[in-house]
Design a protein around this ligand. Structure first.
Ligand SMILES: NC(=O)c1ccc[n+]([C@@H]2O[C@H](COP(=O)([O-])OP(=O)(O)OC[C@H]3O[C@@H](n4cnc5c(N)ncnc54)[C@H](O)[C@@H]3O)[C@@H](O)[C@H]2O)c1
Length: 356
């Protein structure tokens, strides 16, 4: 029988409660031993729901020799620093996306991971999404032919998360809609297309609607409410962004918006090949458009899909049990995306094309 993996979860906010904690609880090979949040009530609430001891200082987890696995579910500013400490304390780490605020931080994370020989996975959870893996399979079988263009749309009407709080503060988050949502889309495209090498990047970004926090018009907010921060909060990250990445594979173009004055949600990725194309509804299913047998055909698929967060946690636990460091979400693959995002920000800041 495999050893039961003892887990500590650091940060008990939305993603911990929505994904990490329920998935660990569902995994018979995992045991939640600690739930930690700077805000004690959040740790206690998580403990009541999922078990584990409620604590406010994550160092208690790092000092406990019984703990094998950590989930870092904190805001982006402490992903790197907690990862360094955890790896050096001999723990395996699953750190939420984005790996870090900057490329330098991500490279340092990779370095410490290599020094310590522990597992460091990043929460690029689409790599555990069955629809995404089906698309990857179809692409590698040549079903789409040569993919010349991929278009990513991650646009919503009013979705700036907790404007004034952690997500809209560049020092805390490292960026806005690109680093928060775009990172998932870019990672998914790189994964499906076999990590094409980026050559040049051109982009522009905007902070228009959220600039004056108190004037931002919205009906609902999925993060902490703006009112909490009053006029004292910070919103200095991009709320929308557009750009083009030339690679040695397909050209990747994108439009992203946490907020825009267009009242439609548009969250999809189009893979355009010379034999066929695929539209993937982000987080949902996909449609294949082809000209097979000289007919314009539109195919939708039916198959059983698992919960990608559960798949991600199950794979992490199994990797620790088997001492297998080959998961598709390893820090190594995230360096590429982090490099491209950094170039996108540089291009938008300098208003010119950037060569990688
Ligand atoms: N994979 C995904 O699809 C996905 C979805 C949402 C968020 N995320 C990522 O997860 C991270 C957290 O996002 P969230 O929406 O859960 O935010 P959140 O604000 O709801 O939760 C973060 C929690 O971390 C706690 N915290 C902050 N610093 C801490 C520390 N030093 N020690 C212990 N606790 C600390 C906060 O008190 C808060 O409760 C972000 O990096 C975000 O990008 C990933």
């Amino acid at each position: 029988m495999s050893k039961k993996i003892k887990v500590g979860v650091i940060g008990c906010g939305r993603i911990a409660n929505h994904a990490h904690l329920p998935s660990y609880k569902n995994n018979p090979d995992a045991e939640i031993v600690y739930v930690c949040d700077l805000i004690e009530e959040k740790a206690i609430k998580a403990s009541n729901e999922y078990g584990g001891k409620a604590i406010t200082d994550y160092k208690i987890i790092l000092n406990d020799p019984e703990i094998d696995a950590i989930s870092i579910c904190t805001p982006n500013y402490c992903h790197a620093s907690i990862t360094f400490e955890a790896l050096r304390a001999g723990k395996n780490v699953l750190c939420e996306k984005p790996a870090a605020r900057t490329l330098d931080e991500a490279i340092e994370m990779q370095k410490v991971k290599n020094e310590t020989g522990k597992i460091l996975n990043i929460g690029v959870v689409n790599r555990f999404n069955d629809a995404v893996n089906k698309i990857k399979e179809l692409v590698s079988q040549g079903e789409l032919g040569n993919i010349h263009h991929v278009y990513m749309s991650f646009r919503s009407h009013r979705n700036i998360p907790g404007i004034g709080g952690d997500f809209t503060n560049k020092t805390v988050a490292g960026g806005g809609v690109l680093i928060d949502w775009g990172v998932h889309y870019l990672d998914l495209v790189m994964y499906v297309c076999g990590d094409p090498k980026a050559k040049t990047v051109s982009s522009e970004m905007f902070t228009v609607l959220g600039k004056n926090i108190n004037d931002y018009v919205y009906t609902g907010m999925w993060a902490e409410d703006t009112a909490k921060f009053g006029g004292d909060g910070v919103c200095d990250v991009e709320e929308s962004i557009t750009g083009l990445i030339r690679t040695d594979g397909p050209v990747i173009s994108f439009n992203g918006a946490w907020a825009q004055n267009i009242g439609e949600e548009d969250t999809f990725i189009d893979f355009m090949g010379d034999k066929a194309g695929i539209r993937l509804k982000y987080g949902g299913n996909f449609t294949l458009y082809s000209t097979k047998n000289n007919m314009l055909t539109k195919t939708t698929f039916e198959y059983k899909t698992g919960n990608m967060f559960q798949n991600e946690i199950d794979a992490y636990i199994k990797a620790i049990q088997e001492n297998n460091d080959k998961l598709p979400s390893s820090i190594n693959v995230n360096i590429l995306t982090q490099e491209i995002m950094e170039a996108i920000y540089k291009s938008a800041t300098e208003h010119k094309e950037v060569t990688l």
